[in-house]
Design a protein around this ligand. Sequence first.
Ligand SMILES: *Cc1c(COP(=O)(O)O)cnc(C)c1O
Length: 416
Amino acid sequence: MTTTLPTELEKLSVSDLLLSDRGLATQALHADEAIKDVPDVAPPIHVSTTFRYPENPEELVPLRAPDETLTSPPTSKNSGLTTPHVYSRHTAPNTTRLETLLSTLLHGRVLTYTSGLAALHAALVFLNPKRIAIGHGYHGCQGVVELHQKLTNCSILDLDCPADSLGEGDVIHLETPINPTGEAFDIKHYADKAHSRGAYLIVDSTFAPPPLQDPFALGADIVMHAGTKYIGGHSDMLCGILAVKSVEWQKQLLLERLVLGSVMGSLEGWLGVRSLRTLELRVKRQSTNATNLVQWLHGQLTSPTPNVTNTVLAKIAHASLQTSEMAWLEKQMPNGYGPVFSIWMKNEELARHLPSRLGLFMHATSLGGVESLIEWRTMTDSTQDVRLLRISVGVEDWEDLRDDFEGAFRGLSKLA
Ligand SMILES: *Cc1c(COP(=O)(O)O)cnc(C)c1O
C-alpha cells in the first residue's frame, strides 16, 4: 500500500489551485486542466479498481516504509493519464479529478468520502478530540459524534459552552446555515472561541456551498460538506467532502481514508465532475429563488389584512430574515443566503396536508437538487416540531413556486 497523494495533486501549488484571477464559474470548468490528459471534452468515466505499474523496471518503487513513498512519488505514465493510481480504495481518476476541482472551489485541499456523515467521521478520527461542542443541527452529525463518544469516551458539550471548558485539540462543530431553518451563525465568533483554547473549528457548510460562503476566510480549520446536496445538485449521488488548509493534513487524511475504506465509487466521482460544471449557475439561482419566496411568504404572513397565507401559516425562518444580525451576516454571506428555509403551520394537521396540496414541490427528504422539495420534517427527524416543514428550493421559475404555495394555502384555508 502506498501513502502518496497522486503526484498531480501534490505538484499543484495553491495558486494553481485557486486560478486566483478567475471567477468561480470559470474555475468550475477549468480547474482540472492540469490533470486533463485525454482529448475528450466531456470527462471520461474510469471504473477500474486497479492500475498497471510502470513498464520500465527501473521505475518500480516498492513500498518499504510508509514515509519513503511520500518523498518519492511514482512519476511514470501508467494508464494513459499521468496518474500514479494504484488501487481505487486509495485514489481513482474520476474522484481525483473531482477533488482537484473542489480544492479550487473550496480554497483548501479536498478529499471526498462515501457520504457527508462518513466525512465527519473521518474528521473526528483524524483530530480525535477529547471534547466536541456541537449545536442542534442535522441530527445525523449528532449521531456521528455519539459514535465517536462510544469509541473514545469523549465529552459532548453544547455549542455555546463556556470557552474555558474547551482545551488543546478539542473541536467546535458549527453547522451554518443550520438544518432545518436555514438560519446562520457567526463563523468568526466560533473560530475565535476555538482558537483561544487551542481547539479546532469544523464548519459544516452544506447549506451554503460556493459562491455563498467561504468558512476558511472566517477562520475555519476544516470545512465539511455533504456533497450529496448542492455539490451533486441532481439528487443522484452520495458524497462527503473535507477541505483542509495544509498538504500535511490532507496526506494524513488520505492515509486514514485508505484504512477506513470510505472512498466514493468511481461513478459518483464522475457524476460529481459533471455536477460542478453548473454549480455557480444552480446555486445562485436557488439562492435568489429562496430569498424571493421567503420575502413573499414573510410579507403575506405579517400583512395586517387576512389572506390565505396568514390564515394557515404561523412562522417562517431563513437567514434573510435575521435583519438585526446583518453586521456580520452580510460579510459572511455576501453573495446571497442558502436555498433552504422552514415554515411552521398553525397546527399539525395543516403541516401533514400541505405537501400533497403542492404541485411543483415534491414531498421527499434531502435537499440541494435542481428540483424543489418540501418535507414534513417529523417524517425523518423526531426532534422537530410537528408543525414544521423544510423547503429546499430548486431552479424553477420562482413565480411558479410562489403560485404553487398560494394555491395550496387557499385550499387549506378552507379547512382551517
Ligand atoms: C445531508 C447532510 C449531512 C449528511 O450528509 P449525507 O451525505 O447524507 O451523509 C450532513 N450535514 C448536513 C447539514 C446535511 O444536510
